[in-house]
Design a binder for this molecule. Structure first.
Ligand code: HGY
Ligand code: MN
Ligand code: MN
Ligand code: MN
Length: 389
């Protein structure tokens, strides 16, 4: 089924896919999903936060829910997100072909803005649903063109006025299982289950100096915010030790001219580590280094925590139960965030991973073998059958 959508949202400039929440290609994929769900006799609805739900039979309490997301990072791969949606649809095909009827409600969910690729905060749909972000905060997040999440929701046909924690929808989920392509080189067999997610967050550093002429301004007269911004990049690498990960993947100088000393620079730091204390210590070390560099250059720095989540330990009983049902597959931790990580604070949650032979993700080269994807789909079907029997 991934081949069906292989042409949607291709990014000719970056390579791979750019499918941003509530933007053209992502909306096209949402329509495609609805069509596919209806074709299978599922009942589709959108919740108050722009997440899609496709119910097999009556919707109701104690449901088993699977699914993932259809948005991507800029220039992302084909599997991150969509594999969890296509495998869910194909698992329903397998179960329907077997004549299986679920004994409890079963739904496929598609969550909005999982990557934060457009509005900066990842897992926005599941965070809103669970109350992990306040609606007024989420609705005012802006994309690079200045369009707010609320405006984008409205343009896509969803009512932003009703966004926010939704106990009715949340209360229906009895168990959640997300299938996902593994995003490192952690699996040497086709399928595994997730044990945990690193603590992780995003911080925005705004450095303010003085815009000026690249040729006419003497070096000693400059207050160039690119210097502390650069120091932040170096400090991030240095502070990420013993399994910690710190990344600057986005840095925007304003106004951004070759012959212009920037007046401000925005730098986004993505930092992840085993636990809260380690992650906070790493970010503190980077912040201190960047602040010192700002002072030396006569610049100011403002730091904003845009999102943060502590380590997620997936439900051990459910994880072991599924590993057993799937014939003793391995359990592995991940450094990637997922809607499953947000839901895990509220309901027993598990993840199935499909082997990624290259370990590349969030890039056009992301890959999984067809045969491993098939194994993943079969594992998901067995999981749903087991949980709904
Ligand atoms: O891990 C991430 O960056 C995102 O949640 N997928
Ligand atoms: Mn991702
Ligand atoms: Mn994903
Ligand atoms: Mn000039």
């Amino acid at each position: 089924m991934l081949n069906d959508i292989a042409d949607v949202g291709r990014d000719a400039r970056r390579g791979g896919y750019s499918r941003h929440a509530f933007d053209g290609p992502e909306l096209e994929l949402r329509h495609w999903f609805v069509e596919q769900a209806v074709r299978r006799g599922l009942n589709v609805e959108t919740d108050r936060n722009g997440n899609l739900w496709a119910w097999w039979g009556e919707r109701g309490a104690n449901a088993v829910v699977t699914g993932s997301h259809l948005d991507s990072v800029p220039g992302g791969g084909a599997f991150d997100g969509p594999l969890g949606v296509t495998s869910a649809l194909e698992a329903v095909d397998l179960l329907q072909a077997r004549g299986f009827t679920p004994k409890r409600p079963l739904a496929i969910a598609v969550f909005a803005e999982e990557e934060g690729g457009r509005f900066g905060v990842a897992c926005l749909g599941s965070r809103l649903l669970t109350g992990a972000i306040a609606p007024e905060t989420a609705l005012n997040l802006k994309d690079p063109d200045g369009i707010t999440f609320g405006e984008a929701m409205a343009k896509a046909g969803y009512d932003p006025a009703t966004a926010g924690r939704d106990d009715k929808v949340l209360g229906r989920i009895g168990k959640f299982v997300e299938l996902h392509v593994e995003q490192g080189r952690g699996l040497s067999v086709p399928v595994g289950v997730a044990s945990s997610i690193l603590a992780h967050g995003r911080w925005r550093f705004t450095f303010t100096g003085e815009g000026n002429h690249a040729g006419a301004t003497l070096i000693e007269d400059r207050r160039d915010p690119m210097l502390p911004a650069s120091q932040l990049v170096l400090a991030a690498r240095k502070a990420a030790r013993d399994g910690g990960r710190a990344t600057v993947g986005r840095l925007v100088p304003n106004p951004g001219g070759t012959n212009v000393i920037a007046s401000t620079v925005d730098v986004w730091l993505d930092a992840r580590d085993a636990d809260d204390a380690r992650t906070r210590a790493m970010v503190a070390e980077i912040t201190e280094s960047a602040t010192r560099a700002a002072e030396e250059e006569g610049c100011e720095v403002r730091v904003t925590e845009e999102s943060y989540g502590d380590t997620v330990h997936f439900d051990a009983a459910l994880r072991d139960e599924l590993a057993g049902v799937l014939g003793g597959v391995p359990a592995l931790p991940t450094g990637a965030g997922h809607d499953a990580g947000i839901l895990a604070a509220h309901v027993p949650t598990a993840m199935l991973f499909v082997r990624n032979p290259t370990g590349v993700s969030h890039a056009p080269e992301e890959f999984a073998e067809q045969s491993d994807c098939d194994e993943g789909t079969k594992a998901l079907a067995s999981t749903l059958e087991h949980l709904c029997s």
